[in-house]
Design a protein around this ligand. Structure first.
Ligand code: ADP
Length: 311
């Protein structure tokens, strides 16, 4: 397996003393569709901004397609496309011109056929000649994606690319990313939509408080770390009190109206179903319905990040 991006012991302390990354190691295989997940403030954007050269790391190394990212920036920039969270282009140019200018900045001749294809695939053709400041927030976000792809990079990094983009458009954007990935482009993304990460990505890393908690194949995470949940429904909505939260702390309880979900852990091939069930009825009484469901990425994510928070 060739590694597209290898991050070694990367740390970042901001001038105000905030340690946003704390010795992160990460390997992104070439050709993978890689999800970088973590709660707000985990350090995801800091990591991406270091890769994009907008934040300087305090310590650590990054190897990009076999080259040192920090000393061979120019070579790496020609092969890397980053979609930042912040809108970063001159609002007085039209999208098509912005894409032509960007090509030059990446050191390639503008490929007009590719630029028109990007505008079309990202549903910006109609707006290609408008002033970028006339574009809506969602359109500007798509222009950022087009900008990052204009030089046909081998690796694309997207920081929350679909935040604020409506569902249909999000699906189409992901369809396009899937095609690029199938054609060999490595894609690393952060997203709040865990369902989408589960559906799209074949690898996943979870970071919290600047530290890497896990990094493995999506299937491996869901098969090995993920077990199942106990779902109880009641006639009336239930509430969480401090007392109940402390009694159920081993099960990462989640309440949504009248439905309660408890995480079951695997132990010697068995789950602690009975302990979870008894604990739940001790808190809320007999449930109307009880069933077990396999954990999805969201359950695993919550459990891993909560385990870390209470460790
Ligand atoms: P995420 O993208 O996972 O939400 P960030 O990388 O944006 O996380 O932030 C990680 C931590 O670093 C947070 O506590 C955030 O407040 C802090 N942080 C981010 N940028 C700066 C900055 N420029 N100066 C100081 N602290 C920062």
């Amino acid at each position: 397996m060739t590694i597209a991006l290898e991050v070694n012991q990367l740390s970042k302390t901001y001038p105000n003393g905030k340690k946003a990354l704390n010795g992160v190691d990460l390997s992104v295989p070439e050709g993978s569709f890689f999800a970088l997940l973590g709660p707000n403030g985990a350090g995801k954007s800091t990591l991406i901004n270091i890769l994009a050269d907008t934040v300087h790391p305090s310590t650590g190394q990054v190897t990009f397609l076999g080259k040192d990212l920090f000393t061979e920036r120019r070579w790496c920039k020609q092969r890397l496309g980053v979609v930042p969270q912040e809108i970063a282009f001159d609002p007085f140019f039209a999208p098509r011109d912005i894409l032509k200018i960007m090509s030059g900045m990446f050191g390639v001749k503008p490929d007009l056929k590719w630029i028109d294809e990007l505008l079309e695939r990202l549903e910006l053709s109609e707006h290609a000649k408008k002033n970028a400041r006339q574009l809506s927030g969602g359109m500007r976000r798509r222009l950022l994606v087009a900008q990052a792809l204009v030089h046909k990079p081998k690796v694309v990094i997207l920081d929350e690319p679909t935040a604020g983009v409506d569902v249909e458009l999000r699906k189409r954007l992901w369809g396009f990313m899937r095609e690029l990935n199938a054609a060999g482009t490595t894609i690393l993304l952060t997203t709040h939509y865990l369902e989408e990460a589960e559906e799209l990505c074949d690898h996943v890393a979870i970071i919290n408080q600047g530290k890497l908690l896990t990094s493995q194949s999506m299937k491996g995470l869901l098969d090995n770390v993920g077990s199942s949940s106990l779902v109880l429904t009641y006639a009336e909505p239930k509430a969480m009190t401090d007392n109940i939260a402390s009694k159920l702390k081993d099960f990462c309880p989640r309440i949504q109206d009248n439905t309660i979900t408890l995480s079951l852990k695997k132990c010697d091939g068995h789950t602690n179903f009975n302990d979870a069930y008894q604990a739940a009825i001790a808190c809320w009484g007999e449930a109307l319905t009880v069933h077990i469901q396999d954990e999805d990425l969201e359950d695993v994510f919550l459990r891993i990040t909560q385990d870390e928070a209470t460790a």
